[in-house]
Design a protein around this ligand. Structure first.
Ligand code: C5P
Length: 283
């Protein structure tokens, strides 16, 4: 079974407050992009659950979210775990705010579901994904969606009009739990206009969405990292991006372009300044 796991971007990301269970209530617009990992799943006779990836530092056991997804799948189906090899070709940058691990987990759930004689609905698969991680339900569904609660309460939105996306993952990584812990003590300068962005999606207005890209986590980054993200956004805007922001808890910054030529120019300008650069498009 071969399956693609698309990366996601946050068009907006707002943290509404900390909850008694330790998680945070969020309100964010998610968008899938073409950039994807590719997974191959094959049942084996050894009874072992094994993960291998092209990145040696990623876990190859049940610490990997892809393996956890398989375990949760069998648990939810009331079945015993089976021998399964999961091979992941990672293309989505790791610890980047693009839900790479969550998307791999969602891809495993979709692949196992597709083999069922009477498959579950995407919403039912997403519910199983909740047990693996907060971003997994969205990754099961993909496209353009509003995510609320921990991230698991999903509302489909009209698709973002097609555009090119240039993204840059700077050379450092961010710890998601650490940034969530820090945001509680940060005074947020500004909040995203999520409703305005939804209205713009409904009107098919790419520029209106791009003008409203905003992520509150940028305010919680340490100074040097925030400056690096800001420099990337400035280059994107100078090259003609309609808007630029950071995705998730970062540190990947991205810009939306309605012209492929301008996107190529931005990619060229960023290449050589460090980090991993990608030119992709919305799905
Ligand atoms: O759900 P997931 O395991 O992906 O979350 C990783 C960490 O991110 C959590 O342990 C928590 O610290 C933080 N988090 C949060 N609120 C959310 C999602 C994640 O505080 N809505």
């Amino acid at each position: 079974m071969e399956v693609r796991a698309n990366a996601k971007l946050n068009l907006t990301l707002d943290v509404l407050g900390k909850r008694p269970d330790g998680y945070h209530d969020l309100r964010m617009i998610m968008q899938s992009v073409e950039l994807a990992d590719v997974l191959n799943l094959e049942y084996n006779e050894t009874g072992e659950l094994r993960v291998c990836t092209n990145l040696h530092f990623l876990p190859n056991n049940d610490k990997n979210l892809a393996a956890q997804a398989a375990l949760r799948w069998w648990e939810a189906r009331g079945e015993k775990p089976r021998g399964l090899d999961i091979a992941i070709e990672k293309r989505i940058p790791v610890c980047a705010g693009m839900a790479g691990g969550s998307s791999d987990a969602a891809a495993v759930l979709r692949a196992l579901n597709a083999r069922e004689r009477s498959p579950l609905s995407p919403a039912e698969v997403a519910r199983i994904g909740e047990r693996v991680g907060s971003d997994v339900p969205y990754c099961v569904i993909g496209g353009t969606a509003l995510a609320e609660g921990r991230g698991e309460l999903l509302t489909h939105l009209p698709p973002l009009p097609h555009c090119w996306v240039v993204l840059c993952k700077p050379e450092f990584s961010i710890s998601t739990p650490a940034l969530f812990a820090k945001i509680d003590s940060v005074r947020l300068r500004c909040r995203p206009d999520t409703q305005g962005a939804i209205d713009a999606l409904e009107a098919g207005d790419l520029t209106g969405v791009a003008r409203r890209l905003y992520n509150v986590f940028e305010d919680a980054l340490p100074d040097r990292q925030r400056a690096r993200v800001s420099d990337i956004k400035n280059v994107l805007i100078q090259c003609g991006a309609l808007g630029a922001s950071m995705s998730g808890t970062g540190p990947t910054a991205f810009g939306l372009f309605d012209s492929e030529d301008r996107a190529l120019e931005a990619q060229a300008r960023l290449t050589g300044l460090g980090g991993e650069i990608f030119l992709t498009q919305t799905v």
